[in-house]
Design a binder for this molecule. Structure first.
Ligand code: DQA
Length: 148
């Protein structure tokens, strides 16, 4: 059994209310339930964390060092700005998948820049809540083991 850590960045606590035409109607607790259910099915331990604060996200990533086998992170708007989150991921050296609900390449120019794309295993985006489940399936493929 591997530990897969899922991290939601700023404003993802507003899912369901926030721009539902872009991010859908599901709220964060429903999304987290779906992620946990899939983690159980895959036979892996899933831990989930959300914060609106860059420093808290950095602290949490640092705390995963030596604990998580894989990180799935949707850094929200910090994707496009945060050297600190990039450096924290590099510091812990845990294989990471970048997740986005929307297709950032179909949106404003500034969303096309990611500070982590070049240091992650891969990026999944554009599939709404499903992006996280696709990323979880991909993570299970990377860590191996789990339920056969
Ligand atoms: C997002 C895309 C970001 O540009 C935006 O700031 C978010 C959510 C996504 O999941 O599509 O907060 O990461």
């Amino acid at each position: 059994m591997a530990k897969i850590t899922v991290i939601h960045g700023p404003n993802l606590n507003m899912l369901g209310k926030r721009e539902p035409d872009i991010y859908g109607a599901m709220d964060l607790s429903q999304l987290d339930d779906a992620i946990r259910r899939m983690g159980d099915q895959l036979g892996h331990l899933v831990e989930i964390f959300q914060s609106n604060h860059e420093g808290d996200l950095v602290d949490y990533i640092q705390g995963q060092g030596g604990k998580a086998d894989m990180i799935l992170i949707n850094p929200g708007a910090y994707t496009h700005t945060s050297v600190a989150i990039r450096d924290a991921l590099l510091a812990v050296g845990i294989p990471t998948i970048e997740v986005h609900m929307s297709n950032v390449h179909k949106r404003e120019e500034f969303r096309k820049i990611s500070y982590i794309s070049d240091i992650v295993v891969g990026t999944i985006g554009g599939f709404g809540a499903q992006s996280y489940l696709l990323a979880l399936a991909a993570a299970a493929g990377v860590v191996g083991g789990g339920r056969q």
